[in-house]
Design a protein around this ligand. Structure first.
Ligand code: NDP
Length: 495
């Protein structure tokens, strides 16, 4: 066991009075103090002032002023250079940011380093690379000339304005950076609303950004209750765009609120992602694939698989191999570098998963492994293997967002595809096989925003990400993000 010792700067940061980051300054605000709880211990580690209407107004006004002023006056390459400087600063503060993230979310420290900070840095650098490359196009105009005159048209890409980014607790740095970096490189400014469970990391990142030279108002963070602050931010007259990642019900309400005001909205919501294993995979390969697809970060990844389809003739052998592997995973403090199973991110989430598993038991699904919390402090829940009765089981339809894999055997590869697609959601899916021909055909027919072949959950900034059906709209990353943060203006001239 290698228990990480907290850095002195982390201890000092936790002791501070926290609130918001507005107009280039850390601002406690005057709202009630909300405890931040370490999910590994259930103990309070810091306190953050809840935001109120005045904080929202101040943040939106600062962002609007920067959008019209300092941020607009900066060249595109200047904006890219600042994103690169922030990436360097985050790299230098890697351990500090990772420790704060682990303390707030319960994420294993190795994942906080590699998936939160390192990935956030990679995304920042990717988006920085777009600076100076976001452009419109010239077009030929076909209006009939009456006296020898000519026409030319071209399009400009205009930044939308102040972007409200609403962030979930599962990746409090990385998801915030996806939204923030994309918006900033397009020339927008941002007001971020982290989850009330993970309010600290982006306060630190915003300070690093200010130290790196970002002008006041370009990046703002307002903390507090989402149900209260979300509508205030969306309905604020300066809100030009909303980008949200989180649960389906909250996403729908965010989508409705934004659409009612004709504000463009990107929604990256959850789902019930499937993983299909074809019979040519070995038992060992299937076990490895299931662990990668379903159990990383205790399943608290929006793209994680929760529905597993296994060939009937291999099902029992695969589940027995899986259970042996899960039983060997190291359930530990997330500050232990050898931790493989940490706590769930918060108590409400643990209780939600406990209820879903209890209901599955009552409904007659078979809990083959796990299904309960181990005897230790904090919000732990063992990796769980459920053999479901049918595709209609609650666990095949409702997102647990936890370490709960639901397994169904199939006999017919064509029918299983229909079962897989018979879902109101479509964020992500994977197919596992050595047969390239089948893999390509399945990837075309699976209804999801991203289909992985022989892998799952890993994202790359160059490849667009987002859902179909009830899993949302809009695409992050690649070049697709440009549509989400800019609008086209057409210019036509006669000469
Ligand atoms: P939510 O979707 O409710 O929260 C995501 C973000 O939205 C948070 O910042 C939250 O703030 C904010 N929010 C809450 N209500 C509103 C509102 N009315 N308007 C605008 N913003 C709002 O997720 P939870 O954190 O409550 O988790 C609930 C469940 O959602 C989890 O158990 C999990 O199943 C699922 N989930 C899915 C994610 C995904 O990526 N697919 C990510 C996170 C959760 P606040 O935290 O203050 O409420």
């Amino acid at each position: 066991m290698t228990q990480v010792k907290l850095l002195a700067v982390v201890d000092a940061f936790l002791q501070r009075e926290h609130g918001h980051f507005i107009n280039g300054l850390s601002q406690p605000g005057g709202g009630a103090l909300r405890p931040v709880v370490n999910p590994a211990t259930g103990q309070e580690i810091a306190r953050v002032h809840d935001g109120c209407a005045e904080d929202v107004s101040a943040a939106m006004a600062a962002a609007q002023q920067a959008f019209r002023g300092s941020w607009a006056e900066m060249t595109a390459l200047g904006r890219g250079k600042l994103l690169l400087k922030l990436a360097d600063a985050m790299e230098q503060h890697r351990e500090e940011l990772a420790q704060i993230e682990t303390l707030c979310s319960g994420k294993a420290i190795t994942l906080s380093r590699e998936l939160e900070v390192d990935q956030a840095v990679a995304f920042l650098r990717y988006f920085a690379g777009w600076a100076g490359k976001i452009c419109g196009e010239t077009t030929e105009i076909s209006l009939p000339p009456r006296g020898g005159e000519k026409y030319r048209g071209f399009t400009l890409r205009e930044p939308l304005g102040v972007v409200v980014g609403i962030i979930p607790w599962n990746f409090s740095i990385m998801i915030a950076i996806w939204k923030m970096a994309a918006a900033l490189v397009c020339g927008c400014t941002v007001v971020l609303k982290p989850s009330e469970f993970t309010p600290l990391t982006m306060l630190r990142v915003a300070q690093l950004a200010a130290d790196a030279g970002f002008p006041p108002g370009a990046i703002n963070v307002v903390n507090g209750n989402g149900g209260l602050l979300g509508p205030m931010l969306i309905e604020h007259p300066f809100c030009a765009k909303v980008t949200f990642t989180g649960s389906v019900p909250t996403g729908r309400s965010v989508g409705n609120a934004a659409s009612a005001l004709a504000i463009p909205v990107t929604l990256e919501l959850g789902g019930k992602n499937p993983a299909l294993f074809l019979a040519d995979m070995t038992v060992g390969e299937m076990v490895d694939g299931i662990i990668e697809a379903g159990y990383l970060n205790q399943g608290q990844i929006c793209a994680s698989a929760e529905r597993f389809y296994l060939p009937a003739e291999k099902m029992d052998e695969v589940l027995s191999g899986l259970i042996q592997r899960l039983a060997r995973l190291n359930v530990a403090s997330p500050l232990d570098e050898a931790c493989q199973v940490g706590p769930l991110a918060n108590k409400a989430h643990l209780e939600k998963i406990q209820k879903l598993v209890a209901r599955a038991k009552e409904d007659g699904d078979e809990i083959l492994y796990g299904g309960y919390s181990p005897e230790r402090p904090g919000y732990y829940f063992l990796p769980t293997v459920v053999k479901v009765r049918s595709e209609n089981s609650t666990l095949m339809r409702e997102e647990t967002f936890g370490p709960v894999g639901s397994f169904l055997a199939y006999h017919d590869e064509e029918k299983v595809l229909q079962q897989i697609n018979n879902s109101p959601f479509g964020l992500a899916a994977s197919v596992w096989t050595h047969n390239l021909n089948k893999a390509m055909r399945y990837s075309e027919r699976m209804q999801a925003g991203i289909v992985w072949i022989n892998m799952h959950s890993l994202l790359d900034p160059a490849l667009p990400f987002g859902g179909v059906k009830g899993s949302g709209n809009g695409r992050e990353f690649g070049s697709a993000f440009i549509n989400d943060y800019t609008r086209l203006k057409s210019v036509m001239m006669r000469y």
